[in-house]
Write a protein that binds this ligand. Structure first.
Ligand code: SAM
Ligand code: DTB
Ligand code: SF4
Length: 324
């Protein structure tokens, strides 16, 4: 297992041909060996103490027609979530300004849509332009997109589009029935073709097994180009969703998933995403050691809680991490 080839088909010097067995072998390494290898790869590509910080805002909340089993925003589940229409531009700009003042470098706006209609996109384009004008990087996650819609987002100055594969192709059908894995790959291809940076990852702790975690990372790493940003979410179990009672995974298995993502996609930012609220500081530190170098910052994710900024600031100080 070399871990790297001189030049892959994408011409980026990174591997895009990972076999499932190789990835499962990485997962099965003794924990210390896996961590050591991940940290070595990390240091070849990044400054070890730097962690990128993004802030999330839900710009349109709930009543989503998709049936994603993990998601509090699906209209298929009774989670008691308050539905909100698209936020007005000034509220979004205000939230972005506050995020910037707290040290975020990227502002990510999420909408609970299956796919935006063209008339839904107009106000989002204005949001992208206004947030970018504040000097922040912009990211949106709006569901599936057509090629034309991605071009319009690019022309508005969008930096990143988040669209997750969520899990392995094999386990996917257990989690979502209203759109296919291929639909997701198609959207990612449109985003890539438009020249927008790709943010794509998935969720750990949905009752999948290790082979599924390996399959998810394989699907991400074998894309024609690695996503620039790879969010690894720990399932936030929300009452009323079908996954509310699923057994949480072994925390070390979550750390292993981060480490394997780091090794497979050495030049990508791996984001320790949802689930930090339920983690201790020690577990988060292990995730950083495994190669996570991005977080969501601010007391709310889209609809669920996240550690408050003071706790994160204190943790960064204790670990000697510099937010970037
Ligand atoms: N509706 C759009 C879509 O699904 O493409 C964008 C928003 S959606 C909330 C973005 C991602 O958040 C999902 O793909 C999923 O990976 C993650 N997510 C949603 N609910 C979650 C939960 N309860 N725990 C962890 N991650 C979650
Ligand atoms: C991602 O992978 N995680 C973020 C972001 N992309 C949009 C969303 C996490 C959502 C967690 C559940 C909630 O707060 O609603
Ligand atoms: Fe809708 Fe996105 Fe939630 Fe799925 S993850 S139900 S598409 S908001």
């Amino acid at each position: 297992m070399s871990g790297a080839v001189a030049n892959g088909p994408a011409g980026d010097g990174l591997r895009h041909d990972w076999q499932r067995e190789e990835i499962e072998a990485l997962f099965a390494e003794p924990f210390m060996d896996l961590m050591y290898r991940a940290q070595q790869v990390h240091r070849e590509h990044f400054m070890p103490g730097e962690v990128q910080v993004s802030t999330l805002l839900s710009i349109k909340t709930g009543a989503c027609p998709e049936d994603c089993a993990y998601c509090p925003q699906s209209a298929h589940h009774k989670t008691g979530l308050e539905v909100e229409r698209l936020l007005p531009l000034d509220e979004v700009v205000e939230a972005a300004r506050a995020a910037k003042a707290r040290g975020a470098s990227r502002f990510c706006m999420g909408a609970a849509w299956r796919q935006p209609r063209d008339k839904d996109l107009e106000p989002v384009l204005e949001m992208v332009q206004a947030v970018k004008a504040l000097g922040l990087e912009t990211c949106v996650t709006l569901g599936m997109l057509t090629a034309e819609q991605t071009r319009r987002l690019r022309d508005a100055g969008l930096d990143y589009y988040n669209h997750n594969l969520d899990t392995s192709p094999e386990f996917y059908g257990e989690i979502i029935s209203t759109r296919t894995y291929q639909d997701r790959l198609d959207t990612l291809a449109h985003v890539r073709e438009a020249g927008i940076h790709v943010c794509s990852g998935g969720i750990v702790g949905m009752g999948e097994d290790r082979a599924d975690r390996a399959g998810m990372l394989q699907a991400l790493a074998n894309l024609p180009r690695h996503p620039e940003s790879v969010p690894i979410n720990l399932l936030v179990r929300v009452e009323g969703t079908p996954l509310a009672e699923v057994e949480p995974p072994d925390p070390f298995e979550f750390v292993r998933t981060i480490a394997v993502a780091r090794i497979l996609m050495p030049a990508s930012h791996v984001r320790l995403s949802a689930g930090r609220e339920a983690m201790g500081d020690e577990l988060q530190a292990l995730c950083f050691l495994a190669g996570a170098n991005s977080i969501f910052y601010g007391e709310k994710l889209l609809t669920t809680p996240n550690p408050d900024a003071d706790r994160d600031r204190a943790l960064f100080e204790r670990l000697g991490i510099t937010p970037v």
